[in-house]
Design a protein around this ligand. Structure first.
Ligand code: PAF
Length: 273
C-alpha cells in the first residue's frame, strides 16, 4: 500500500495508473461502515484510493474540529487489511490556500435539514470532495446512504459540473441492534447508547406504518417523534429523493430522515422507502 501526502505527487502518480480506480473519501476514525465502502470499491475496481482528511471547511466555527476522533495508525492498518492500494493523507496547508475560489451548495437544498443548523457545512463538503475527485480522478467514488443529503449534494455537483465520475451510493451499515455506524458512536455512554437506538427504532416504525398502508407524512412523523422522546430531536423529515418535502410517501422515491442529540452526541439516520 502506497501513502501520499502531497496532492500534486498523487495527481501525477494517478495519471500514470491504468484500469478502473475506486475512491473512498473519509475523515478517518474508520469503522465497519467505511470498511464496507472500501471493500465494495476493492471488489469493483482495479485499484482503490482512500483519503483520510479531517476537512476544516465543513466544520462550523462553533464545532470542535480538534475533538474529531483521530486514529491514524489503526486507520492505516484497516486500509492495508482491506486491500487498499493508495492512502492519501494530505495536510491542510497543501489542500487549501488563503482566499481561494469557493464552491457554494445550492441555496435551498444546501440549507435545509443538515444544512439548517450547520449553514455552510455543505459548501465545505463540496469544496473538499471536488478537490479530492480532481486529484484522484476516480472511475467510481463511494459514499454512504447514511449521509443522504451529502450524497444528494455530491451527485448534484457531479451532474452540474459535468464531472466524469460515477457516484456509488452504499447501504447503511448497522450494529446487530440497529444502531447505524458512525464515528460519533464512541462518544455515547452506555446509557446514551440505549437511548440512541430510538433513532433506528423510529425508522423501523415508519417503514411498518408504510407497509400497513399509512402514507400520510404528517401522521408518520407524529408517531415517529413519540419514540424519540428521550432524545433532543433536531428534525424528523420525509422527502422525495430530490429532497423536496412530500405530504404523501412515494414508494421507491422517499427518504425518511431523523437527526437527534443523545447527551452531547448528535446522531443522524434514515431509511429509503
Ligand atoms: O462523509 C465524510 O466523511 C466527509 O463529509 C467527506 C465526504 C469525507 C468529506 O470530507
Amino acid at each position: 500500500m502506497k501513502e501520499f501526502s502531497n496532492p500534486k505527487e498523487l495527481a501525477n502518480y494517478r495519471k500514470k495508473m491504468s484500469g478502473t480506480i475506486g475512491f473512498v473519501p473519509t475523515m478517518g476514525a474508520l469503522h465497519n461502515g467505511h470498511i464496507s465502502l472500501i471493500k465494495q470499491s476493492v471488489k469493483e475496481n482495479d485499484k482503490t484510493i482512500v483519503s483520510i482528511f479531517v476537512n476544516p471547511t465543513q466544520f462550523l466555527e462553533s464545532e470542535d474540529l480538534g475533538a474529531y476522533p483521530r486514529r491514524l495508525q489503526a486507520d492505516l492498518k484497516i486500509c492495508q487489511l482491506s486491500g487498499v492500494d493508495i492512502v492519501f493523507l494530505p495536510n491542510i496547508d497543501d489542500m487549501y490556500e488563503k482566499n481561494e475560489l469557493s464552491i457554494k451548495a445550492p441555496r435551498v437544498k444546501g440549507f435545509i435539514l443538515e444544512g439548517f443548523d450547520r449553514p455552510g457545512h455543505f459548501d465545505g463538503v463540496l469544496q473538499i470532495v471536488l478537490k479530492l475527485l480532481s486529484i484522484t480522478l476516480p472511475t467510481c467514488a463511494y459514499f454512504g446512504k447514511k449521509d443522504a443529503q451529502q450524497l444528494f449534494m455530491i451527485q448534484n455537483m457531479v451532474k452540474h459540473l459535468f464531472l466524469d465520475v460515477e457516484i456509488v451510493p452504499c447501504e447503511i451499515v448497522r450494529e446487530d441492534d440497529g444502531l447505524a455506524l458512525s464515528s460519533r458512536n464512541i462518544y455515547l455512554s452506555r446509557e446514551d447508547r440505549v437511548k440512541a437506538l430510538s433513532l433506528s427504532s423510529t425508522l423501523k416504525l415508519s417503514s411498518k406504518l408504510v407497509i400497513s398502508g399509512e402514507l400520510n407524512s404528517k401522521e408518520i412523523k407524529e408517531q415517529m417523534r413519540d419514540i424519540l422522546k428521550d432524545t433532543k430531536i433536531e428534525y424528523v423529515e420525509i422527502v422525495d429523493r430530490e429532497f423536496n418535502q412530500i405530504e404523501e410517501i412515494e414508494i421507491k422515491n422517499t427518504i425518511i430522515l431523523v437527526a437527534a442529540s443523545v447527551g452531547k452526541t448528535r446522531l443522524i439516520d434514515n431509511i429509503w422507502i
